[in-house]
Ligand binder design. Structure first.
Ligand SMILES: Nc1ncnc2c1ncn2[C@@H]1O[C@H](COP(=O)(O)OP(=O)(O)OP(=O)(O)O)[C@@H](O)[C@H]1O
Length: 254
């Protein structure tokens, strides 16, 4: 996959909640078209806040961007609504596998396609694309999403985002609470989308071992600020960095 122009840039972003609690104090991040970028950091480092800031979701949590600039596809997006950003191709999968629990898996996916107003034929084609990527969802398409496994719910949440045909897919902790094999299959699907379709990905993860295995580059947050930014393979080999910033024990870092 060829990596091209800068699709997203976050420069010196600071943010607070309730105009009082400082959550971000200098986040810098660049995502180029065709890249997989991992956003790493320990619990509470500011990953979720950073993703919400760039997806237009901070205001809904009484959060404010107080400094810095966020540009997507060459435009300042700090004031854009999440719906506008989805139409522009910036689509997020929030932490915690947000599915409509009382809708079927397939209806969840269809809801994701509504942002694009697909025709019937196009909708069918997009559903097929998701089912090819996640065959388990084809088997479970008639089941209520709330009654499927954690992994299937995460796949449904990702599938729903894919139905909007993102240019940049932003994911918050896709591995959370899932068994290692399920995590591996989700990351394998995301990597295949990146490789085969050039989908650009920004993935926040506490599971730095998995994220660094799949990402091209990574940024590390500590106390709301970017402290490291570099090639994923360089960070992967630095056990000292992982132990210091990511809380990965030296013995478990391999
Ligand atoms: N809605 C909120 N209101 C007030 N403070 C918040 C809110 N959400 C997060 N914070 C605070 O902002 C800081 C950054 O939290 P954030 O959730 O962004 O970190 P994180 O790296 O995503 O951690 P985790 O992996 O635990 O979600 C923390 O100090 C947290 O307590």
């Amino acid at each position: 996959m060829t990596i091209r122009e800068v699709l997203l840039s976050v420069d010196g972003v600071e943010a607070t909640y309730n105009h009082a609690i400082r959550a971000l104090s200098g986040v810098n991040l660049t995502v180029r078209t065709g890249e997989i970028v991992a956003l790493l950091g320990a619990n509470g480092a500011g990953k979720t806040t950073a993703l919400k800031a760039l997806c237009g979701l901070l205001a809904a949590e009484r959060g404010q961007i107080t400094a810095g600039r966020i540009r997507y596809d060459g435009e300042d997006i700090a004031q854009r609504s999440p719906a506008e950003l989805v139409r522009a191709g910036l689509v997020q999968v929030l932490e915690g596998r947000h599915c409509f629990r009382s809708l079927s898996v397939e209806d969840n996916l269809i809801v994701g396609g509504q942002a694009r107003g697909w025709s019937r034929a196009a909708l069918r084609r997009e559903l097929e694309r998701v089912y090819t990527l996640f065959p388990r969802l084809r088997d479970r398409r008639g089941s209520l999403a709330g009654l499927t496994s954690g992994g299937e719910q995460q796949m449904t949440a990702i599938g729903r985002a894919l139905m909007a045909r993102p240019r940049l897919l932003v994911l918050d902790e896709p591995s959370m609470g899932l068994a290692p094999l399920v995590v591996e299959s989700i990351f394998a699907a995301l990597t295949a989308l990146n490789r085969d379709e050039g989908l650009t990905l920004l993935v926040a993860e506490q599971n730095s071992t998995v994220a660094l295995r799949h990402a091209h580059r990574a940024a590390v947050l500590e106390n709301g600020r970017t402290v490291l930014d570099g090639a994923a393979d360089a960070l992967r080999d630095r056990d000292d960095i992982k132990a210091f910033y990511l809380g990965v024990g030296l013995g478990a870092a391999a």
